[in-house]
Design a protein around this ligand. Structure first.
Ligand code: SF4
Length: 431
């Protein structure tokens, strides 16, 4: 979501005459787009902004701005403004559209802006300066009404607001025409899509229309809340080949007691039943998840429940986190905060377990033929390109940059912990 916000910020800047600098030393404007979901980002931001003090002394015309959801927390925005008087522009997620006015005030009037609004929202069709094809992202909704007890998102991104289906379809059609082969439909909880709109549509309905009416070759989406992931959505996925066989379903904990404290509104059993339905409807689906360890009050037994769920589901991948206090959330005030050392022990155990399962899941691909959409040159292996399978597995194989943007049939020859390796199957279009 933040990466796509950065594309929209770049789009706003391009519309008023800015262009990307080759490197930071050449920039007239340095803008930090922040995220506050985890607390170490805050420390990093203050360190990185502090480093610019010297640059500002040397170049009086240099503009420095900080935006994003971390600035949506008024106390953090004020602390940043007090600590670094040289920062010209500070604004929250709801003030993005006013960036040209803030730049005008900074450049022509020498004025500093601190704008953190609860109300003003981003117009839906803000121009985005996108990365080159083949991958694109489109916001279908903003905000979240779920208030999971550990999460700051509903406070900084506001209530759920969906874009109209016509606007979304127009944007995806335009991307397909411009040569983008894959789109990621984005929302904090995509399954809530459509609530509050005048038209009668839900996420399954939108997904079906995007699959049928836009010409987009591959469609992915994130994030789905397990409590709202409907059978209708799974059926739509099963009916359309251009919707990728990949689902991210954050479980967060394998203990029903902790899930209740997290306000997730499903139990361990509900989640396992959902996974059973997913696998029944869409065999071979790639499944990934998010898991938090060390939530307040998490006992050894709760932690073992998480490990046993991971063993039972065998996710292809998991994003694992140590619980960190986010000020203003309900969990921040809960008793039974877990000691940092203990949290570290738990995360290490979880990462080891999931790492082994991911490796085994990758190994099972060796010998298979996959259709890979080539995204880029490999950063690790010279003379290789990389891209993803329909299920979202990253594959490296020997190839020239001219393949970027093409679908290539590839035979998987080797599996590593996070990546697959393969070879091109020339002349074969059936993967
Ligand atoms: S559903 Fe996701 S974004 Fe919304 S409160 Fe829960 S964790 Fe945060």
């Amino acid at each position: 979501m933040n990466a796509h916000d950065s594309e929209r910020l770049a789009g706003i800047l391009a519309s008023v005459g800015f262009a990307p600098a080759e490197e930071m030393g050449q920039a007239d404007l340095i803008l930090f787009n922040t995220c506050c979901v985890r607390d170490n980002a805050e420390k990093k931001l203050f360190g990185n902004v502090g480093k610019l003090k010297q640059k500002k002394r040397q170049n009086k015309k240099l503009l420095v701005g900080v935006c994003g959801c971390m600035m949506q927390q008024a106390d953090v925005a004020e602390k940043l403004a007090d600590t670094f008087p040289f920062v010209n522009i500070i604004f929250g997620t709801h003030n993005m559209a006013a960036l040209p006015e803030m730049l005008y005030a900074a450049i022509f009037l020498g004025e500093r802006t601190l704008a953190v609004s609860d109300q003003e929202d981003l117009p839906d069709e803000t121009p985005a300066l996108r990365a080159k094809p083949p991958l694109s992202a489109v916001n279908i909704m903003q905000g979240c009404d779920n208030f999971c007890s550990y999460c700051i998102v509903p406070y900084v991104r506001g209530r759920e607001r969906s874009r109209s289906s016509e606007e979304i379809l127009r944007e995806v059609r335009g991307l397909a025409k411009a040569g983008y082969q894959e789109v990621m439909l984005l929302g904090q909880n995509v399954n809530s899509y459509g609530k509050g709109l005048a038209e009668n549509i839900d996420f399954a309905g939108l997904l079906e229309r995007v699959a049928e009416e836009t010409g987009m070759k591959r469609i992915r989406f994130m994030t789905s809340h397990p409590k709202d992931a409907s059978q209708r959505m799974l059926d739509v996925m099963a009916r359309h080949e251009n919707i990728c066989r990949q689902l991210h379903l954050p479980v967060q904990s394998g203990s029903s007691r902790i899930l209740r404290l997290m306000n997730r509104r499903y139990t361990r059993e509900d989640y396992l039943e959902l996974i059973r339905r997913v696998r029944e409807t869409l065999p071979g689906m790639t499944l990934s998840t998010d898991i938090i360890v060390g939530f307040p009050g998490e006992t050894e037994e709760d932690y073992q429940d998480t490990l046993s769920l991971v063993r039972e589901v065998r996710f292809d991948a998991a994003y694992t986190f140590v619980y960190s206090i986010r000020r203003g959330t309900r969990a921040a005030a809960m008793e039974g905060q877990i000691d940092e050392k203990e949290k570290q022990r738990r995360i290490v155990g979880l990462v080891d377990l999931q790492g082994q399962i991911t490796y085994e899941s990758n190994l099972a691909h060796v010998g298979r033929r996959e259709l890979v959409l080539v995204e880029d040159e490999s950063r690790r292996d010279a003379g290789h390109v990389c891209g993803r399978t329909d299920g979202g597995k990253m594959v490296n194989f020997p190839g020239e940059p001219s393949l970027i943007g093409q679908f290539m049939p590839v035979e998987i020859t080797q599996a590593k912990k996070t990546t697959l390796y393969g070879r091109r199957i020339d002349g074969d279009t059936q993967a």
